[in-house]
Ligand binder design. Structure first.
Ligand code: 13P
Length: 399
């Protein structure tokens, strides 16, 4: 499937330099076997199988509600193991359950958090008192989501770049996740600036995201579209903006070509910042100016929500940057979908000790509330702990 998808993806990209009808003709010949022309070109024809459109729009709007954002707690078992190891815990199912139970069971979390992204294990897991994790979330007014990509592997023929796997079997997996209570999905692919990025890697990333988005919507899940532009590198902020514009133009081109309903998606971009090793740092106002420039140039106002990743920024830095972006009204809900920038203090407070659970939940609420205020443009970093100001950038980070 990936090979077919890729060849069609490259065909689209080539089409950008051809005349429209010339390209259309070429495309029809190349991909007649995989794309039904009537569905492909006629927006009036229903393109989603089960008629989830209304529900998709509702779900996306509920997640993009004022003063709320997403808790990304979808670390794969391997990455969760690294988190647990950082506080001296073994990577066992019992320890992962204890940690996830702490997060989802935080009293009052639903006031600041509208959605939680889960790893498959957690979607099917119960708490130690026998309640399904998804039910705990739903009862708190938090929409359960699911990471559906299968991770990154080397992209043959590229400049040491990677591509994201997971399209095979995605339709049946997303249908099963919906049955289990998930209402949105996440697919994270990455773009590396120091490695190019090559045309091939950007096209593959954008095409994969678009196919994933169409398949998720077909099965009732709001897709979070996440092409993470890695912080790695010594480039300046202008170079990040240049690459991000290129990436998002391709992503939206392919989303449109795949008949994805823009009102029923959420974006998860990286903020536009200098590379982690660039000596010239950018203040929150500058990050906001560059990031909003990118979004205004590339993202249609029909998209309901922009939910940023934190990407290795410190907890406070990620919150300050978000706050700076919400100093004036935006066409979309501009919010957070942080993992590290919501969980770092929590883990350090918990340390795996049952007697610390309450304090760790309070630490989560502190971060969730700070980001809620930042979503409303009302955050000040006054009184923040030193620990929350420490950066978490890891070179070549995988999720
Ligand atoms: P970070 O906020 O740690 O970058 O994680 C975001 C992410 O991609 C998880 O969904």
């Amino acid at each position: 499937m990936a090979a077919v998808a890729m060849s069609a993806g490259v065909a689209f990209s080539q089409g950008m330099s051809l005349g429209k009808s010339e390209f259309a003709g070429k495309l029809m010949k190349q991909s007649a076997a995989t794309i039904a022309p009537a569905k492909f070109h006629n927006a009036a024809v229903s393109v989603r199988a089960a008629g989830y459109d209304e529900e998709l729009v509702k779900t996306a709007k509920a997640i993009a509600s004022p003063g709320r954002g997403i808790l990304a707690m979808d670390e794969s078992n391997a990455t969760c193991g690294l988190r647990l190891a950082s506080i001296g815990l073994e990577n066992t199912e019992v320890n992962r359950q204890a940690y996830r139970q702490l997060l989802v069971g935080t009293p009052g979390l639903g006031e600041y958090v509208s959605g939680a992204i889960l790893f498959e294990e957690t979607l099917y897991q119960s708490t130690t008192d026998g309640n399904k994790m998804v039910d705990v979330l739903t009862q708190a007014g938090i929409v359960p989501g699911i990471k559906v990509d299968k991770g990154l592997v080397p992209l043959a023929g590229s400049n040491n770049e990677s591509w994201c796997q997971g399209l095979d079997g995605l339709a049946s997996r997303t249908a099963a996740y919906y049955k289990q209570g998930a209402r949105f999905a996440k697919w994270r692919t990455v773009i590396s600036i120091p490695n190019g990025p090559s045309e091939l890697a950007v096209t593959e990333a954008a095409w994969g995201l678009a196919r994933y988005a169409a398949i998720s919507q077909d099965n009732g899940l709001v897709p979070i579209v996440e092409p993470e532009i890695l912080l790695d590198g010594s480039h300046g902020i202008d170079r990040t903006l240049e690459v991000a514009q290129k990436v998002w133009s391709k992503v939206f081109f392919f989303l449109a070509e795949n008949n994805v309903l823009f009102e029923g998606i959420l974006l998860k971009p990286s903020m536009v910042t200098p590379g982690a090793e660039c000596p010239e740092r950018a203040a929150p106002e500058k990050v906001a100016e560059y990031t909003l420039t990118l979004l205004k140039r590339r993202v249609p106002p029909s998209v309901p929500g922009i939910m940023f990743l934190s990407g290795g920024q410190s907890e406070v830095e990620a919150t300050l940057n978000l706050n700076a972006m919400n100093q004036s009204p935006n066409p979309w809900h501009v919010s957070f979908s942080y993992a590290r920038a919501l969980q770092n203090s929590v883990l350090k407070t918990w340390k795996g000790q049952p007697e610390n659970v309450e304090a760790a939940q309070k630490a989560l609420l502190v971060r969730a509330k700070a980001n809620s205020l930042a979503q409303l443009g009302k955050y000040s970093a006054e009184g923040e702990a030193e620990e929350a100001k420490k950066g978490m950038f890891v070179k070549g980070y995988t999720y």
